[in-house]
Design a protein. Structure first.
Length: 219
């Protein structure tokens, strides 16, 4: 039996390295997709769908139903903003701290790290905000990739991963989609900005999943 132990340990280390490699590959592929979208957007390939969606939102905002939808979109955008998201993160970390400290630390690290990644990408691409519609939200940063989309994909996606239930993934997906759509409705992001943010968030979750506590039965 003792002769088998080194082999088992080597296999475990190999599997771990393979997991890390997959996580790094997931993030690298996501960043490649984000770069591709950025180049295509600058080349004008997305002008027709971007402008079409934005004009449709502008027309819909002026209807009676649209005014009600605007209130919902503004609320969703506020909840998914940096202040709202980090307030929710604080509540979750405090709630998890006693019973699942590793999960709390993982969640905090994933969200903060993903936020820093998005801020860095915004500075790299330095894309201006769309000016086709009046902005219904105060924005002071670059547009690409969408911080709301990336940040909430990471936050709510990480919560769903910790929960590990299909209902949690569905709920997270609906919330993420609503917040992403709200940014186009409010006139502060092109749809391609939102798509890039979602892909960025998925890539970061792919890397973060390597250290997910639930996979190690630590939660």
């Amino acid at each position: 039996m003792k002769a088998c132990w080194p082999h088992m340990g080597a296999l475990s280390i190999s599997d771990r390295r393979r997991e890390i490699g997959k996580g790094v590959a997931a993030l690298a592929f996501a960043l490649f997709c984000v770069l591709t979208i950025a180049l295509m957007q600058r080349a004008g390939w997305f002008d027709r769908p971007n402008i079409g969606a934005m004009r449709w939102a502008g027309q819909a905002r002026d209807t009676d139903v649209g005014r009600v939808v605007t209130i919902v979109m503004q609320a969703a955008s506020a909840i998914g903003g940096t202040v709202g998201r980090f307030a929710l993160l604080s509540i979750c970390v405090i709630a998890l701290w006693r019973s699942a400290r590793r999960a709390a630390l993982w969640l905090l690290t994933v969200v903060v790290g993903g936020t820093l990644l998005n801020l860095g990408l915004k500075q790299i691409f330095a894309a201006p905000r769309p000016d086709l519609l009046p902005h219904l939200d105060i924005v002071n940063s670059y547009s690409f990739p969408s911080g709301h989309s990336a940040g909430n994909m990471i936050f709510f996606g990480a919560l769903a991963m910790l929960g590990g239930r299909y209902s949690g993934y569905w709920a997270a997906g609906l919330i993420i989609a609503l917040i992403g759509m709200s940014r186009v409705w409010l006139g502060v992001h092109w749809p391609s900005d939102v798509s890039a943010g979602l892909i960025e968030g998925l890539g970061w979750l792919g890397l973060s999943a390597v250290w997910l506590p639930a996979r190690r039965r630590e939660q």
